[in-house]
Design a protein around this ligand. Structure first.
Ligand code: B12
Ligand code: SF4
Length: 437
């Protein structure tokens, strides 16, 4: 069978807009590798606003990836604009599908929805394309011939990712995979990798906790990096999952296994999952930057966000990281319910006191992301504007963390305070750390 997998093209909206693509769709490439292993042909095709209409009539299966809620509208437009053989099987997957499968199945006029990580189930779904009977396949939702919606729970996934095929990078042009100027402010030729999936935490603004935690072993991570050095001559890489340092044991295993490859790399982390020993091992293995979800300098806001960290842990982690010779980039989320001028001042004070120990700062505005605790329990947080609530306007595109200035909570006076304090924080960050990559 010939399969077309459509995914939303993502741009670096924070600074570059459509002039710069974000990084390749690794999950889709993992899925494509599993489809190839099952003996089918597969193409991965980007979709972006204004470029949704593709002629796919020579494919027997068309898959739509709804990897975030922000891109649902674009993918739904693609569904209606593409030319698709009426006999073709239309499959959907990705995080948004996993969160709201029944509704997404209807919105996308799809035959079957795959829930969660789908490398283990996609072959069986393709095999059932003639009968359209998906009975017995774990983690699928479909409408049977009698029009009844059927749902089968996902199987429990192994904790190890080693059995998951490596991303089928050969399906994309090399210039989409290997870039310069994107690794911790260096010009190194680099690519993106994912050594783990999911997160064990449940910060209120984040939906990453909905993905079960899985890790590659050190040996498997090394195998992937060696193949990347071989194929693309990379000098470095960025680890791009939710939270690379969740499991100390896995992180040390990977660090040790890749040490002699002499590659420079960066990864996301939490302030409470590093210590001097781990940081020493990461530095020896080539880590040049860790990206910490600092979020706020206010103990009150950290508690409100369910971050389970405190300002002292932020200070300690940043200092230890700088001592280990690793750059410490911090991410900040501004505007979570309860944010005010005082909490913003505490964030600026903390940034100022850490000063040059922080290599870079990325500032985001609070958005209730579908699937996150704040979205799914919006009333508890005083948040409005979700699709579960009255007055839903059907606009999924607003759940976007860049250039988002929606009034999500509080009265007009509180909103003005959030807006004013965000402007001050933004100016402060731009004055002190202007080189954001
Ligand atoms: C890496 C990443 C990115 C990368 C994406 C790189 C890429 N091109 O894939 C970048 C930085 C570009 C990015 C951008 C954004 N992201 Co992002 N991202 C992630 C992160 C950390 C990992 C995603 C991932 O690779 N997961 C692992 C792979 C294996 O899973 P997967 O991609 O979902 O694919 C698997 C399954 O879903 C399924 N599947 C997927 N598609 C399909 C299609 C079919 C047909 C089938 C059968 C199966 C299937 O099979 C795949 C293999 O198992 C997640 C966190 C998370 N836990 O998901 C956030 C996350 C998905 N991102 C999020 C957000 C908000 C965004 C942005 C909207 C941010 C913004 N600019 O405002 C954009 C838009 C992204 C988009 N695609 O629409 C939110 C989404 C929340 C939501 N409900 O919308 C998450 C959950 C993070 C969070 N903080 O909550 N992101
Ligand atoms: S913000 Fe970071 S630590 Fe918190 S749930 Fe999301 S990925 Fe995990």
């Amino acid at each position: 069978m010939d399969v077309a997998l459509l995914y939303p093209e993502i741009y670096e909206m924070a600074r570059f807009g459509p002039a710069r693509k974000e990084f390749p769709p690794l999950g889709i490439l993992n899925l494509a590798a599993a489809i190839e292993e099952a003996g089918h042909g597969v193409r991965v095709l980007p979709v972006s606003p204004g470029r949704e209409a593709l002629d796919l009539r020579d494919h027997q299966v068309v898959g739509f990836s709804l990897s975030s809620s922000a891109t649902v509208t674009t993918m739904a437009t693609a569904r209606t604009s593409c030319l698709i053989d009426p006999e073709a099987l239309v499959v959907i997957g990705g995080l948004h599908t996993t969160l709201y499968p029944e509704q997404t199945l209807q919105d996308l006029h799809a035959d079957v929805a795959c829930l969660g990580q789908s490398e283990d189930t996609i072959a069986a779904v393709l095999d059932a394309s003639a009968t359209r009977d998906f009975t017995g396949i774990p983690g699928v939702v479909w409408q049977d011939r009698g029009g009844v919606l059927r749902r089968q729970a996902p199987a429990r996934l192994p904790r190890s990712l080693d059995g998951v095929p490596l991303p089928a990078r050969h399906l994309l042009p090399a210039q989409e995979l290997v870039v310069a100027g994107r690794l911790a402010g260096t010009d190194l030729s680099m690519t993106h990798v994912a050594f783990s999936r999911g997160c064990a935490f449940d910060c209120a603004f984040c939906s990453a906790g909905r993905t079960p935690v899985r890790y590659r072993s050190g040996a498997d991570a090394r195998r992937e990096l060696e193949s990347l050095v071989d194929a693309y001559k990379i000098d470095g890489f960025a680890v791009v999952e939710d939270n690379f340092t969740v499991s100390r044991r896995n992180v040390l295993d990977i660090a040790e296994a890749i040490e002699d490859l002499r590659l420079a790399w960066s990864a996301p982390s939490r302030v409470d999952t590093v210590d001097p020993q781990v940081l020493g091992a990461l530095a020896r293995s080539g880590c040049i930057e860790l990206k910490f979800g600092m979020e706020s300098g206010s103990a009150r806001m950290l508690a409100a966000m369910g971050k389970r960290t405190d300002p002292e842990q932020v200070r300690r982690a940043v200092a230890w990281t700088a001592d280990a010779g690793i750059g410490a980039k911090v991410f900040i989320v501004h505007g979570f319910p309860g944010e005010d001028a005082e909490s913003t001042r505490e964030t600026m004070d903390m940034l100022a006191s850490l000063g040059s120990a922080i290599s870079r700062v990325s500032l985001f505005r609070f958005v209730p992301l579908p699937g996150s605790p704040v979205y799914e329990h919006a009333e508890r947080y005083g948040v409005h504007g979700t699709h579960h609530q009255a007055g839903w306007d059907g606009d999924w595109s607003k759940f976007h963390i860049h250039h988002n200035a929606c009034h999500w909570w509080g009265d007009q006076a509180q909103w003005r305070q959030v807006q004013d304090s965000f402007s001050r924080l933004k100016d402060f960050v731009e004055d002190h750390w202007n080189a954001q990559e």
